[in-house]
Design a protein. Sequence first.
Lengths: 618, 339
Amino acid sequence: MSATIEKLSEVVIKFAGDSGDGMQLTGGQFTNAAALYGNDLATFPDYPAEIRAPQGTIPGVSGFQLHFSSNEVYTPGDYCDVLVAMNAAALKANLKNLKKGGIIIANTDGYDTKNLRLANYPDGVNPLEDGSLDGYKVYKIDVTRLTRESLAEVAGLGMKEKDRSKNMFVLGFLYWMYNRNMDFTINFLNEKFGKKPDILEANLRVLKAGYNYGDTTETFMNRYDVPKAKVEAGTYRSIMGNQAVAIGFVAAAQQANLPLFLASYPITPATDILHDLSKYKNFGVETMQCEDEIASICAAIGASYGGHLAITTSSGPGIALKGEAMGLAVMMELPLVVVNIQRGGPSTGLPTKTEQADLLQAIYGRNGECPMIVISCSTPSDCFDVAIEASRLSLEHMTPVMLLSDGYIANGAEPWKFPKAADLPTINVKFKTGLEEGEEKYLPYKRNEKLARAWVLPGTPDMQHRLGGLEKDFLTGAVSYDAENHERMVKVRQAKVDNVADYIPAQKIEVGAEKGKVLVLGWGSTYGSIKSTVLELIAEGHSVSHAHVRYMNPLPKNLGDLIKQFDHVLIPEINNGQFIKIVRDKFLVDAKGYNKIQGTPISKTELKSFIIENYFSK
Amino acid sequence: MSTAAVLTAKDFANELDIRWCPGCGDYSILKQVQTVLPQIGASIENTVFVSGIGCSSRFPYYMNTYGLHTIHGRATAVASGLKASRPDLDVWIISGDGDSMSIGAGHTIHLLRRNLNVNMLVFNNQIYGLTKGQYSPTSEENKVTKSSPMGSIDHPFNPAALALGADASFVARSMDRDPKHLQEMLKRAYNHKGTSFLEIYQNCNIFNDGAFEIFTEKSSKKMQTLFVEQGKPLIFGENNELGIKLDGFKPVVVNLNEGHSIDELWIHDEKDLSKASILVRMFDNPMLEGDHLPRPFGVFYVNERPTYESAFHNQIASAKGKKAELDALIAGKETWTVA
């Protein structure tokens, strides 16, 4: 009897297992295969802060959620249709997010007495046996035994090494279940283990065994097909936010015709940008792993003074340490991009969980009157454009810029219709190499129409000057303790940042009418949740619109007018209410907040019911 | 190049009023640096002085070169980024005992191990001057200052020993009151390819006057100091009658007029790490200890090893053999086309 194939428009799969079970890799493989097939998708990896948290326990559960569809996808999905639970802890941690009637694929080997005890099930209770999962379709597979059996003939590998390929069994089974071609993973394995033939052989065998298991075992009657999405024509790739930040800066350096210099200190979840840029030395990228956060921003300032597009990457705790040096860059009026991949705070907080709680730190968190341009990313692929835009603003306005991303988009992936290099914006950088007509003397702090001072590189004859953190004279840049000069300089540094509003696009409405009852105003990684929520509400006939702000400081000039076209403004944020303070302060509107601070994205379900309850229930 | 013409000390000075206290040891150091730069063939526009915070860190303002007066303790880090990205520049770091040994000690040791080709001058006056007189990480124990009215309980750093411990490739010591020696040390530091760590004893005549008097005053200098020179025996004393010999690993003072021969003496070899380790540890406090060793000055240790910036750019040069097309980078490894 062959399985019937049922057509579905979208599926959410959660891969969950022990940190060592290879769930991130399994999820990533299925994702790429889905992307190559032509589905639209979004992913959300969710893993513990510890590299190997205690095996079998709930803190040790590592998850990867994939939402793939034949329609447009904006989020990794609130609830999953399929839960792969490699052990009891994975089941316990994720069952609440499985849809009623959903599928559980359980590796029975992970539900022995020891695993049940580690997952804190009471003595003698096994959820696979006690009927508590009756509302779900449970596929119990002894993955470990089947993996070992399929490798019985493979010599030269120990039991431990054989067991390591059991994630491939699950992947193969899912490829069968969703009627997918395995070529992508076969190629991947060939490339990854080409030099280790035993391990390659084992992985390929187990992958195929998983597929054939579905095919030959009569238990599994249902197979599913999620047809290609009708997306805009073009060439796509899958992209994660941190990858996009890295290549965005390489592109920005090329567009500015400057060498790129990154100085960084490893910190979750920003480290991948350092990893990626370190691989791009063939593009002339200079990367320096420094001894600490302070050293890395200082080294970047040194490279900026030397004429590079200089960047430093970090997360909240590191940004706190860099504060004084950001002030130095503001005073010296040198370009610098500071990247903050936000995570849960304060202090060490939740290193692997997402949060948007560094906005006020980004805008206000330095000593003295210390304005900085702040710009935020809304999706993984948006990080590419924002990296270029941050570089452009910093270089053309001669002032540091903070780029805000967060753990959710940093590690999340989506398909990206990527641009051609030839179509990227140009960044205009001109070093001053001598005096111009009519100039008698070089004045380091003389400004252009953007209020930016000229960039003179050390090594330029007859233009020697000294920069520093002490207050500067308005024109000569010499140290000045003059009271009126200080006030004038504070005002001019502020005006320089404020004037950036003249050089950025106007705020637009993402979806919905320009006028109406409720404006849902977001920034950063809440983009997908808000957009999909608002689309549903509009489809149901409600007067709701969505605007998503990229430029956090200065804000787009029309934002105040845009907001005033609505009766209500709702600001969802993954923090305790930060952007809302700024909006209330700048525009005196009675905005409401929807705040969730649980280290996870805001879900469509909860946001939608909040909006209906508060604005459309009467 | 505009500076190809013969330059003088004046070309490296500027018209700014110097704001150090009258009588400060910094004046002498500034003068020796301005004197030495034209002699070693430095160019004005290719020279950058980078400083942190403290009295000494005002130094870049008084030079007619490029300069950065950064934040407390971070001159080393800023200079590292500048030199790594611009190896063509001559980079000098100006720091004090507070800046380099306290708030910035963390960066100092990393600069030294990385071995960027920069010169680091540490003006050691064993006091915090700019904040008006608190004990510093090089102040002697029991020092009475505004923040230690009952005497400091902190054990001090020995900067030269710290630098050697951090694998510095050039470690030397000089003093503000010996212009000739200081000039010589500045030249040696400049000519060394790698991070040159030069500790300079500098008198703060306001908050710690006479801290190094015993080493700098004529009346005691000859007995209390030992000027080492490559290949020469370790000799000091009023009439060069005293010498240092090694008794195992222990340096001992012998009198050449009392039956000891010059052949017994320790011959200075600045390439010998073991001997340098003993030399930098000759750190007795002459005020406290009766029978003590003299304080050494000169170049203690030199080791030629590759600089950070050469390795940094060699990697980039070798990677540049690989294709670097932005379109390919943006597209990544796997793409798919939707018709």
